[in-house]
Design a protein around this ligand. Structure first.
Ligand code: FAD
Length: 514
């Protein structure tokens, strides 16, 4: 199909750099196999899951494949100050997949382009489109081949390209590293429009730069993801701690053990020591019939308590007593409050799709589409006690209207050649404050509190980084990347010399590259 004439209708409303002139100087026609939406049909690209920002793109491109993406980037590079943003499933919080007055490339339209199982010297990989949803990768790999990727996010309605542009972290990352540690090859359309295949040995700068690269070096159109045999079943368990030091000691013990000597998934969260249905005791049991026996908690219990969440994989034909024995052995050294344990058995796919069930409920309750002023941080082990004392026990002690995740990760499972910025210590914690505003403080209060938390971390000199970062000024980006800043800038200059790929994060604007 020949797509012609993208009429420029966007005005300069927010001080962002915009293409020159009243009418787009995009080529009068770009030969695309896919389609171009303008006007009201771009609405989906004007917002994201966060619901905090809205922008007006010039057009929403639905590419048929890599050639289309390449053509769009090449065309955009000829227009002064035109920008391009890849959009996965738009589940960012702060407009990371948006561009005001620019072109948004909807990668979901490429989902079906690649899905191929590869067996390389006995190891299995799935070659998938950058626009594929992880939930579809999961179900197709398990039902088709009995195999599955090793490292996940908690929620899977996210695209392969979207999570690889950040990291992709969940309770398996302590063992296998984040999702970016589990890909071996990418096809990327660089900011010059070149269609490039890259890996650890082939174009490694582009490969590592793009992993965690915030979409700043190129658009991921294909990824080769490591697979492993999928278990049939999962025993999912939650246990409760009153003391932070006991919670962290046990969580760190589990993530530091060798393969085969620990659970297959380790996460945790903070909850309020009260009967609040969203923030308190009722948020803990995995099955409401289990209830929560708060009578066991010492009267001296603090304002918040801690829940360690673990999972154990097994096969359907494993004898139940063997599963019980293995799980009991793993729980034995842990010092949780006896009597505050909840567990369910479910299929591996159901377990990985657990947040989808929560999404369905939230949609039924009409709260899924509310704004989500979420904050994600990586905090060094050395500073996590201070963080607990000040943030969990004081600033958010009454809850935030949603989960407050906290679990340890191992830096040695991350590749420091990627673009992700991490704290320095070997063990660091992921902390995620996942607010649903209809259940807690207002959007403004939540945003202000997030800012207060980040400012407190900076003032106290904590060794921390924002995960899924978003800043407006170059100074903030420089601080974020620290000694990785120069490498990031050089990679950007090399793969996107015209700074075409400049979505809402404003890391680089076309008018000032560094
Ligand atoms: P988008 O939001 O559309 O894009 C994200 C960024 O990637 C943008 O900068 C965009 O330009 C870029 N991008 C998108 N596609 C491509 C591509 N093909 N090539 C290059 N760049 C691209 N994260 C975790 O790590 N662990 C979790 O457990 C987790 N849980 C989540 C739960 C929910 C309910 C939500 C909403 C988010 C969660 N996230 C989690 C965060 C999520 O991983 C990121 O927000 C991710 O970027 C969203 O994926 P997306 O496909 O919607 O990407």
């Amino acid at each position: 199909m020949r797509i012609a004439y993208l009429d420029r209708t966007v005005h300069e409303t927010d001080g962002e750099p915009k293409p020159n002139g009243g009418v787009s100087t995009l080529p009068k026609s770009i030969d695309l196999q896919g389609s171009v939406e303008t006007g009201d049909k771009t609405t989906i690209a004007s917002k994201d899951f966060g619901g905090l920002y809205s922008t007006k793109p010039l057009a929403l491109i639905k590419p048929a494949g890599s050639d289309d993406v390449s053509r769009v980037i090449k065309a955009a590079s000829r227009i002064p100050r035109m920008t391009v943003a890849a959009r996965g499933n738009g589940h960012s919080i702060n407009g990371q997949a948006m561009t005001n007055g620019g072109l948004v490339i909807d990668m979901r339209s490429t989902e079906e382009n690649h899905f191929r199982l590869l067996n390389i010297n006995g190891s299995f990989f799935i070659d998938v489109s950058g626009g594929a949803l992880w939930e579809n990768v999961l179900t197709r790999c398990v039902s088709g081949f009995g195999l599955a990727p090793r490292s996940w996010t908690d929620y899977l309605s996210l695209t392969v390209g979207g999570t690889l542009s950040n990291a992709g972290v969940s309770g398996q990352a302590f063992r296998y590293g984040p999702q970016i540690s589990n890909v071996t090859e990418l096809e990327i359309i660089t900011g010059k429009g070149d269609i490039t295949v890259c890996s650890e040995t082939r174009n490694p700068e582009l490969f590592f730069g793009s992993l965690g690269g915030l979409g700043q070096f190129g658009i991921i159109t294909r990824a080769m993801v490591k697979l492993q045999p999928a278990p049939d079943m999962v025993r999912w368990i939650r246990v409760v701690y009153t003391e932070f030091d006991e919670f962290t000691r046990d969580a760190e013990f589990l993530v530091s053990r060798d393969d085969g000597e620990s659970f297959d998934y380790v996460e945790g969260f903070v909850f309020c020591n009260n009967d609040d249905p969203v923030n308190g005791w009722p948020s803990v049991p995995l099955d409401p019939v289990h209830g929560f026996n708060q009578g066991i908690i010492p009267q001296t219990g603090a304002s918040v308590l801690y829940c360690l969440e673990v999972a154990f994989h097994y096969q359907k034909d494993d004898h139940p007593s063997n599963v019980d024995k293995a799980v009991a052995g793993l729980l034995k050294p842990l010092r949780f409050v006896e009597g505050l344990k909840s567990q369910v058995d479910l299929s591996y796919v159901e377990f990985l799709l657990r947040v989808k069930r929560a999404e369905e409920q939230a949609k039924a309750n009409g709260i899924w589409d509310d704004p989500h002023p979420w904050l994600n941080l990586f905090i060094s082990k050395s500073d996590i006690v201070d963080f607990d004392q000040t943030v969990f026990k004081k600033m958010v002690k009454d809850g935030i209207g949603g989960p407050m995740l906290i679990y340890p990760l191992m830096r040695s499972k991350w590749d420091n050649r990627t673009s992700v910025a991490l704290p320095d210590s070997e063990i660091f914690y992921l902390v995620a404050l996942l607010r649903f505003v209809s259940r807690g403080p207002s959007v403004e209060e939540s945003v202000a509190q997030n800012r207060e938390i980040v400012e407190w971390c900076i003032k106290e000199g904590l060794d921390f980084k924002q995960y899924l970062p978003h800043y407006q000024s170059k100074e903030e980006w420089k601080r974020h990347f620290g000694n990785q800043w120069t490498r990031f800038v050089e990679r950007k200059a090399s793969f996107d010399p015209m700074a075409i790929l400049a979505p809402g994060q404003n890391i680089f604007k076309r008018t000032h590259l560094s």
